[in-house]
Design a binder for this molecule. Sequence first.
Ligand SMILES: NC(=O)c1ccc[n+]([C@@H]2O[C@H](COP(=O)([O-])OP(=O)(O)OC[C@H]3O[C@@H](n4cnc5c(N)ncnc54)[C@H](OP(=O)(O)O)[C@@H]3O)[C@@H](O)[C@H]2O)c1
Length: 267
Amino acid sequence: MEVLVVHAKSGKELGAFSVTESTSIGDLKKQYQRKYGKYYPERQSYRTDPRGKMLKDEDRLGSLDLGNRGKLYFKDLGPQVGWTTVFLTEYAGPLFIYLIFYARPSIIYGSLADTPRATVVNIAAGCWSFHYAKRLLETVFVHRFSHATMPIMNIFRNSSYYWGFAALVAYFVNHPLYTVPSYGDAQIYGGLALFILSELGNLSIHLAFKNMRPAGSKVRKVPYPCGNPFTQLFNFVSCPNYTYEALSWVGFSVMTQCLPGMIFIFI
Ligand SMILES: NC(=O)c1ccc[n+]([C@@H]2O[C@H](COP(=O)([O-])OP(=O)(O)OC[C@H]3O[C@@H](n4cnc5c(N)ncnc54)[C@H](OP(=O)(O)O)[C@@H]3O)[C@@H](O)[C@H]2O)c1
């Protein structure tokens, strides 16, 4: 049998390919690349309807009911870059940027930087560094991504968000004229406790996701709580890693009494 590949937007015919019922979308992508060299598999996406859902690599043409010489709609996803590369770039930046403001304040604030630093500023630098070191380690050792790549533009968009906010938060928290929280130690350590618990919750969910997906697979099970009490939030939402991430920054903002952390997580 043959399948006709048509451009999803323009409707232009891009070629007919010899396939069988057992040919998968992944196999078709390889055939397409042999014809059009620059479109490597991660760049291609196929649909049975121009506005329909993107087909998975594992989908077999026989199961799609395309008929003899059926049509598939092609879309170019644009140049791709590895997920791990994007994550490592977006998380390494905030670590370095924040630590420049903290460890070398004279570069940013000039002679004002000689003012003694409050304890909460040291705690905040510890929290910030811990969070991003954790994200870097999770990217390498915990996450099991289902897609190898994402569009290259994401690296610029994501990095400007993370790097920009790192500079904004660091500028205010490390500022020599920074004033300590109004309610003193109770506010600082209350915020710190929320931050630590939320980071543990976030890590617990990332580990739970990892354990739900066997190595090398793309299995995406409906998540349920496991033995770890932090995973009880799965009873309410399917992505409590974000709930915990948001709470971490609420804790950080309470602890430092600084608004930029809240704007960061709001966005
Ligand atoms: N501060 C911020 O503004 C901000 C914004 C975004 C993210 N983050 C942080 O970055 C972390 C990761 O972000 P993300 O967007 O990649 O989170 P995510 O979409 O929840 O995914 C985290 C990992 O778990 C996998 N996963 C998700 N659901 C699964 C399931 N049901 N079964 C098996 N595996 C599953 C994902 O695989 P797939 O590859 O299949 O998706 C991915 O590898 C967040 O939890 C958060 O801590 C922070």
